[in-house]
Design a protein around this ligand. Structure first.
Ligand code: ATP
Ligand code: MG
Length: 777
């Protein structure tokens, strides 16, 4: 082990090694993007274990569960899998949800509490606003939810709210004087439903640690070593949890980059980094300066951007990597054209360099921008995955099934009950549901309990409807009984049939309906996998509860099982900590990025700039910035201006390109790969000296010249190397990189024409003929 660990520690540079092998006490690593902060954290955990620290005593908090999984895997490689399994490693939310389950009774919660996701919370808030008969244009449920969320993240309880005249007045000024009442009702309803929302997972953990010193002592003793990645984006609630837990041993290691703090809008507090040295005794500070991720051009361009922020800790970031290509800047007429540019560029680069789809990422400022990208990728048959937005578990049919399952595990769960009580339709109308809600409130019971006693309460519900309610209650109870014997997979399959869910979709018969059934099947597969992966399943309810917890906490990143090869599409916020060889940052326009809402104050604008810094530093080899001249915003076509962030980059790092890279690709293309490009607009934005702008189509003479180029001439531009006559399957060819092979198949037309070739070494490859430098043998 000792020898092993030395071998691994040798994979760090000197500056990284110091914090990795620092043993006790508080330490902080502040360093720029790609300098190995996450790597230091990972190796440090392995190192601690090699020095005899028990893996059960280590708590590591990461930004996504995916990051935690990857870290665990890496550590398992170093110290062995079985020990790595014992590490407490995950996001704040997932770790503290687990702890809250153990301790739930102390807070008056059932241990099988439900976790409300954002949509559940919004639904509940919407219905409270309706019940209170408030104007929904003033009390916008999304705004109300985010306000409640900010109260919770700052540990402002309902009582604290009412005692804080500043807050009360602020809401009154904003014409929302009843905010406090909504907050109160929301908290009570969640509690009664045995549900915690995301913010509760932190708030209640704080409550637990504050109110129960013995519980605090227990976890302080357990987590003797605490490590936090992306510390710059912790909010107040998270900060207090870490502080409480680390207070006894002070073995706390945080890593972060103030220049990548991008969650202030959600309550992240940069002061957590700035005050760290005051919070703990004898803090050791470490700095890392060498970037291992990106080319020199990218690193220096990113530096030139972030230097324009006034509020920042001065840092040096340099790299020994190659200079690499300049950052490519592309202008399109519309977002449709922008999408086509990106899709074509990915397609061509992939073919030319023999890359995977997973080597490419498209990053945008707002979720809505994904649609144009998706459309273009689909047209080109390029598989992609959207992170964020509607993930699998947020699709309607999946949420319907999950709502039934949640109800089985926790019948008090009001949002789930409301979701499925009349789906599929069973004649239970909104008026009846409203009556149940009122009665539940009146008796201080859950809706389900009211339904169980429906025959004893006079709710002025007619007997027909009463019957329907009773049938529904009986059905749910029968599921609960079944859950004690059957496994979670069987139970779920039974539920989807018995409730009529699948039947309903079959009746629908449309392609969408069929896709929905497939999704439900996929969910069943997922549950099956989950059940089989659990060694210690006791019964279906236990397994289901765990499964549902996983699902509720699945940040959208976690849907990535990494098992198939797709282009990644996500907002910049979600891309933090990740890296991709090729990165396209799209929608580089004023009012979009920087966002129009951020232009009022310097600090908002600086947060946008940090966001741009994060985006740019995700790229390893090549970054693209694209913008359009007009774009649909709020339903109107508006003129767009290039983002100021493009201009903030020193021009020597930029390469302005036209939509059509060069005539080289054009001659043999019979279908215009860029769609309806307005050729008159194919001008360079900023012509560069020494690089003649290439405009429009080549002349016949140029084409003839090109056709004469010998297919095997290696350094020439991607050339029309073969003509159809030469391409019969069976033809023997030679490729400059892959050597000799035999053509198996040719398909596609024009620019997309590809050949499948079996090479003697390296197996079968699909090559785009426009680029493949093939010689017929
Ligand atoms: P971010 O600020 O974006 O989260 P980071 O500081 O956490 O970045 P890492 O993700 O740890 O940086 O490292 C960036 C890349 O550089 C990774 O691919 C990592 O494996 C690699 N790397 C880091 N340090 C070294 C090293 N000493 N030798 C080789 N590769 C390294
Ligand atoms: Mg990192």
């Amino acid at each position: 082990m000792e020898q092993d660990i030395q071998h691994y520690i040798a994979q760090l540079n000197e500056a990284q090694r110091a914090p990795a092998i620092h043993k006790d006490g508080a330490l902080m690593v502040i360093a720029g993007a790609g300098s190995g902060k996450t790597r230091v954290l990972t190796y440090r955990i392995a190192y601690l274990m090699s020095q005899g620290v028990d893996s059960f005593n280590i708590l590591a908090l990461t930004f996504t569960n995916k990051a935690a999984r990857e870290m665990k895997k890496r550590i398992a490689d170093i110290v062995g899998g079985s020990e790595a399994k014992n590490l407490w490693m995950g996001t704040f939310h997932s770790i503290f949800a687990k702890i809250l389950r153990f301790e739930a009774d102390k807070l008056g919660y059932p241990s099988n509490f439900t976790i409300y996701d954002t949509q559940d919370s919004e639904r509940l808030i919407r219905s409270i606003i309706k019940e209170m008969q408030l104007d929904k244009d003033i009390y916008k449920y999304k705004q109300v939810r985010s306000r409640i969320s900010s109260f919770k993240n700052n540990l402002i309880t309902v009582r604290a709210y009412f005692n804080n005249s500043d807050l009360v007045e602020a809401d009154a000024m904003a014409k929302r004087p009843r905010m406090g009442e909504i907050y109160q009702e929301y908290v009570e309803r969640c509690f009664k439903a045995g549900a915690m929302d995301f913010d509760d997972l932190l708030l209640r953990t704080n409550e637990l640690l504050n109110r129960f010193p013995d519980v605090l002592a227990k976890y302080q003793n357990r987590f003797r070593y605490i490590l936090v990645d992306e510390y710059q984006d912790t909010n107040h609630s998270q900060y207090l949890i870490v502080k409480a837990l680390a207070d006894r041993f002070q073995n706390i290691c945080v890593v972060g980059d103030d220049s990548q703090s991008i969650y202030a809008f959600r309550g992240a507090n940069i002061n957590n980094i700035l005050n760290f040295q005051k919070d703990y005794e004898n803090v050791e500070m470490y700095r890392l300066e060498q970037n291992y991720r990106s080319t020199r051009n990218i690193v220096e361009a990113a530096n030139s951007v972030i230097e324009q922020n006034k509020t920042r800790i001065d840092k040096v970031v340099w790299t020994a990597n190659e200079p690499g290509g300049q950052i490519k800047v592309n202008r399109s007429a519309t977002d449709g054209e922008e999408g086509r540019f990106v899709a074509s560029s990915i397609f061509e680069t992939k073919m030319r360099e023999q890359l995977h789809n997973g080597d490419f990422a498209i990053l945008y400022r707002t979720n809505a921008q994904s649609r144009a990208m998706e459309d273009a990728l689909r047209k080109r048959d390029i598989p992609y995955r959207i992170y964020g937005g509607l993930s699998f578990y947020q699709r309607k049919e999946i949420k319907d099934v999950l709502a039934y399952l949640r109800l089985i595990v926790n019948p008090k769960d009001e949002e789930s009950l409301k979701r499925v009580i009349n789906y599929p339709a069973r004649g239970i109308g909104q008026t009846t549901i409203d009556k149940l809600v009122v009665a539940a409130k009146h008796y201080g019971r859950s809706m389900f309990e009211v339904m169980e006693n429906i025959s004893k309460i006079d709710l002025k519900i007619n007997s027909g409807t009463k019957n329907k309610l009773e049938n529904f209650t009986t059905m749910v109870k029968s599921f609960q009984i079944m859950s004690e014997g059957a496994n979670a997979f069987e139970l779920t399959a039974h539920v989807t049939k018995t409730t009529g869910l699948v039947q309903e979709l079959k009746k629908d018969g449309t392609p969408e309906g069929i896709a929905r059934i497939e999704n439900i099947e996929e969910l069943l597969n997922g549950i099956k996998d989950f059940v089989e992966g659990q060694e210690d399943v006791v019964d279906a309810t236990g397994a289901l509860a765990e499964f549902l917890e996983d699902v509720a906490l699945a940040t959208d990143m976690d849907n990535d099982k990494g098992d198939d090869d797709r282009v990644a599409l996500m907002t910049i916020h979600l891309a933090k900590g990740l890296e991709f060889p090729y990165v396209y940052i799209v929608g580089m326009e004023e009012d979009l990025f920087p966002s129009g809402m951020s232009m009022n104050t310097r600090s908002d604008l600086e947060e946008e700039r940090r966001l741009f810094y994060v985006a740019l530093t995700r790229a390893e080899k090549q970054a693209y910035l694209t913008y359009t001249q007009s774009r649909y915003r709020w339903g109107k076509l508006v003129d767009a201006e290039p983002s100021r962030f493009i201009e903030e980059i020193d021009e020597k790092y930029l390469d302005y390109i036209t939509p059509v890279d060069s005539y080289r690709y054009k001659p043999l293309i019979d279908n215009d790969i860029f769609g309806e490009v307005d050729k008159s607009k194919l001008r360079l934005q900023k012509p560069k000296t020494g690089r003649p702008p290439v405009v429009g189509s080549p002349s016949a003479e140029q084409i003839r010249k090109l056709r004469k180029i010998k297919p095997s001439s290696s350094d020439s531009p991607p050339s029309p190397s073969l003509f159809d006559g030469d391409l019969a399957p069976g033809t023997k060819v030679e490729h400059t990189r892959f050597g000799r092979g035999e053509i198996l198949k040719v398909d596609g037309v024009g620019a997309d024409r590809k050949a499948e070739i079996r090479f003697q070494v390296g197996g079968i490859k699909k090559l785009l003929l426009r680029f493949a430098k093939l010689k017929v043998l």
